[in-house]
Design a protein around this ligand. Structure first.
Ligand SMILES: Nc1ncnc2c1ncn2[C@@H]1O[C@H](COP(=O)(O)OP(=O)(O)O)[C@@H](O)[C@H]1O
Ligand SMILES: [Mg+2]
Length: 325
């Protein structure tokens, strides 16, 4: 049974026209289609990588799954229950089973909370544990995140480094032993030198605690390292989805091919192929009909201008949204 099933998820934002815009373009609001018809599912214990350029809708997708924003359309099912139709009690349960690790631990941590309070808070809010149980569980989780509890428990966010703060963010997300963790670029605000340590921590904990994880990154070398399956997004849509090794070694979509060709390879003798792509990332505002990638694709065909390619399985477990297949 899938732990998570996302079908035709859509999240639109409506931009009111500016004064100048009204003069030249009329009064119609413009639509940002941040997520526009995403469908995928996840098995329990799986780590699913989500890749794509900045602005393609990765965080928007995460917020909808975490039920922090109501989607415009589509359905998200967790353990076969539609999260939009959950009762108060089920939502409370969902909030404890599904956790988000944020990109910027400085913004997501309450500056007035000590490390102990930050990690204990979800236990107080969502469980019936007594004071001693809360204390023990919080200190144990702080230690699990790689921080000495006695040294750190009374510190405030401003008294720690970025890496230490992200460890607190991880402890806060894991203290309730979630079933599904959504990690939205958890390393991107951190110094390169400490990224490996945090990545190892997340991987190690995912094995020990056996949670499913959506791991978001624009960095394919990280995803090739941590995720079992890989999903590549472009302007609100899934372009390719398959086993990470296969997607990296044999990408099918022209966009995936370009993205993977741009990953640095630590071998000076290796001749880097020229990325097969043109132009720059477009905006998801009022996207044209047809394939969203048509303006940058060097293999664009007639059909790409008017028919949006659906995501379809072309090899077992490997799906692509492209008219070439
Ligand atoms: N609250 C919002 N209001 C309007 N536009 C938004 C909002 N949130 C995100 N967007 C737009 O939606 C698109 C996707 O954003 P986001 O999901 O943050 O991308 P990513 O995480 O992949 O960088 C972007 O064009 C962004 O500007
Ligand atoms: Mg983001």
């Amino acid at each position: 049974m899938a732990i998570l099933e996302v079908s035709d998820l859509k999240q639109y934002f409506y931009l009111q026209p500016t004064f100048l815009g009204k003069l030249v373009g009329g009064k119609k609001p413009r639509i940002i289609k941040a997520v526009d018809g995403m469908s995928f599912s996840m098995e329990p214990g799986e780590i699913l990588g989500l890749a794509g350029e900045s602005g393609c809708g990765k965080s928007t997708c995460c917020l909808a799954i975490a039920k922090l924003r109501e989607p415009t359309g589509g359905a998200i099912r967790y353990k076969e229950r539609n999260i939009a139709e959950m009762s108060k009690e089920e939502i409370r349960n969902y909030r404890s089973e599904v956790q988000l690790i944020f990109q910027d631990p400085y913004e997501s941590l309450n500056p007035r909370y000590t490390v102990f309070d930050t990690v204990a808070e979800p236990l107080r809010a969502l469980t019936d544990k007594n004071k001693t149980e809360v204390r023990d569980r919080a200190l144990e989780t702080i230690a699990m995140a790689g921080l000495q509890p006695e040294e750190y428990k009374n510190r405030y966010p401003h008294q720690m480094s970025g890496g230490e703060r992200q460890r607190v963010g991880i402890a806060q997300a894991l203290v309730l032993e979630p079933n599904l963790v959504i990690a939205d670029e958890p390393l991107s605000m951190l110094d390169v030198s400490i990224r490996a340590g945090i990545l190892d921590l997340i991987r190690d904990l995912s094995e020990r605690m056996n949670f499913s994880c959506i791991y978001v990154s624009h960095d394919l070398s990280i995803l090739s390292n941590i995720s079992e399956r890989l999903m590549i997004m472009y302007l609100g849509r899934i372009m390719e989805l398959g086993v990470t090794k296969e997607v990296i070694s044999e990408p099918l979509h022209p966009y995936a091919q370009a993205l993977i060709a741009a990953v640095p390879i630590p071998d000076p003798a290796y001749q880097r192929p020229i990325p097969k792509i043109k132009g720059e990332v477009a905006q998801p505002i009022d996207p044209p009909p047809g394939c969203r990638f048509q303006t940058r694709c060097l293999q664009v065909m007639e059909i790409c201008h008017d028919t949006e390619p659906p995501l379809k399985e072309v090899k077992p477990g490997h799906a692509v949204a492209c008219h070439l297949y």
